[in-house]
Each structure stands twice: as structure tokens, then as C-alpha cells.
Write a protein that binds this ligand. Structure first.
Ligand SMILES: NC(=O)c1ccc[n+]([C@@H]2O[C@H](COP(=O)([O-])OP(=O)(O)OC[C@H]3O[C@@H](n4cnc5c(N)ncnc54)[C@H](OP(=O)(O)O)[C@@H]3O)[C@@H](O)[C@H]2O)c1
Length: 208
């Protein structure tokens, strides 16, 4: 699958490496260093697969959206429309004053509202990047929670995330990002399937 990465930092570079190892084609964008993008592309098989966010979107069947929250609008402006794309949203809403969205909405829903016609699936955001880098393909596998409003998009993302060495657990609608974003009980809690069963059973219902 062709994966276009927007944000070549700790998440983008580590997920990109794992995707390439699993046989996916990755294209890197959104860094202040062209040299870094070129090096990442070279290390994952094609020195030419880097460029602008708009070029990453054009390349992609699946977009991995991974800028800092404070740079989200800049990244989206550089990317342009994503109509028809599946977008894996890794973004945690950390602002200058700490986590945003203490109540109510989520960054996932904000991103969905800014990308009409794209299918947003929240994934990877609750996993510390060191665990992505070092605990992928663990035995037993660590759980990767996903959520989104499109079943077909989640099926595609499930395959992509499992290819990077995690056990996917579908939490349901995109609003469930409330549980995996920084104020949520599933944020930054590495867990096996057995541990996830307990944690998910203890979740309150989502508000309407
Ligand atoms: N760190 C974690 O453990 C973790 C875990 C899960 C989810 N997340 C979330 O995933 C997202 C990415 O996190 P991260 O830790 O990978 O962040 P990061 O290491 O800071 O990487 C962000 C990327 O965005 C680029 N960038 C930032 N400002 C830019 C600008 N003005 N113009 C062009 N490129 C710019 C950076 O460029 P440079 O290459 O020049 O630095 C970098 O490639 C965030 O929303 C974060 O909340 C993080």
C-alpha cells in the first residue's frame, strides 16, 4: 500500500520504517529539513520518495497525519484536500498550556471537520514513540486502539497497523478518541490484549 507521511518526526519516522519493513511504500513530507526527508526515504527504499505534504497526499492510498498539534493547520494547508483518502490521525492535542479538550470534543473530530471527504481513523496516538520503535511485534503483542466512523477505512487501517507489529482493537466511532487522547484512560498505557479487556470494560459510555 502507498502511505504518505505528513510529519517526519518520532512517530512518522518510526511508523514509516516499520511500514517499509512490512512491504509498504512510504513517502515522507513535512519537516524543516529536506536532508532528513531524503535520508528517511533512502533508508526505506527510495531516495526520491519525499516531498511536500501535497505530494505525499497525491502518492497516498493512506495518509499518516503526524504533525505537532500546534502545526496542524500549517500541515493541512500544505497538504490541501484529502477527499477520498484514508487518514490515520496520530495527533494529540497538546498546546502551550498542556493537553487541550478536557471536556467534549477531540482532536480527531477537529481534524475530521477540517478534512471533508476524507475517512479519519485515529491510531498510534496513545502509544509512546519509544514503544512503537522498540516494542513492535512484542510477544504478546501490545494493543493499538483505533477508532473511526468508516468500517472500510478501519479495515484498511487495521491491516496497516497490524503490519507494524501491534494488535488492533477497534473502539468504535471516532468520538471514542476521547478515550485515547491525552485526557483519556487509555492514553499512554501500554497493554496486552488481556489488560485491554479490563481497561475497555471499565470505560464509561460515550456522551451523545
Ligand atoms: N512522541 C510521541 O511519543 C507521540 C506518541 C503518539 C502520538 N504523538 C503525536 O503524533 C504527532 C507527532 O509527534 P512526534 O513526537 O512525532 O513529533 P515530532 O517528533 O516533533 O515531529 C513532528 C514533525 O513535524 C515537523 N514539523 C514541525 N513543525 C514544522 C514546520 N513548521 N514546518 C515543517 N515541518 C514541521 C517536524 O520537523 P523536523 O523534522 O524539522 O523536526 C517533524 O518532522 C503529534 O501530534 C504528537 O502529539 C506523539
Amino acid at each position: 500500500m502507498n502511505v504518505g507521511i505528513i510529519g517526519a518526526g518520532r512517530i512518522g519516522s518510526n511508523v514509516g520504517r516499520l511500514l517499509a519493513q512490512a512491504g509498504h511504500a512510504v513517502f515522507y513530507s513535512f519537516s524543516r529539513s529536506e536532508e532528513k526527508l531524503r535520508e528517511l526515504a533512502t533508508a526505506t527504499g527510495d531516495p526520491n520518495r519525499w516531498g511536500t505534504p501535497a505530494e505525499a497526499v497525491a502518492f497516498a492510498e493512506v495518509v499518516l497525519l503526524s504533525p505537532p498539534y500546534g502545526e496542524l493547520d500549517r500541515a493541512l494547508a500544505a497538504a490541501g484536500p484529502m477527499t477520498g483518502k484514508i487518514v490515520i490521525d496520530t495527533v494529540n492535542p497538546f498546546g502551550a498550556g498542556g493537553p487541550a479538550y478536557a471536556q467534549g470534543g477531540t482532536a480527531a473530530q477537529e481534524i475530521a471537520s477540517k478534512l471533508p471527504g476524507a475517512e479519519i481513523v485515529k491510531a498510534y496516538n496513545h502509544i509512546y514513540y519509544v514503544h512503537i520503535a522498540e516494542r513492535h511485534h512484542a510477544k504478546p503483542r501490545l494493543v493499538a486502539f483505533i477508532c473511526g466512523d468508516s468500517g472500510p477505512a478501519k479495515a484498511t487501517v487495521t491491516q496497516v497497523v497490524e503490519d507494524t507489529g501491534f494488535l488492533v482493537w477497534d473502539l468504535g466511532a471516532l468520538a471514542a478518541a476521547r478515550w485515547t487522547e491525552p485526557h483519556g484512560p487509555l492514553f499512554n498505557q501500554p497493554m496486552t490484549e488481556a489488560e485491554a479487556m479490563e481497561a475497555v470494560a471499565a470505560l464509561p459510555s460515550l456522551p451523545d
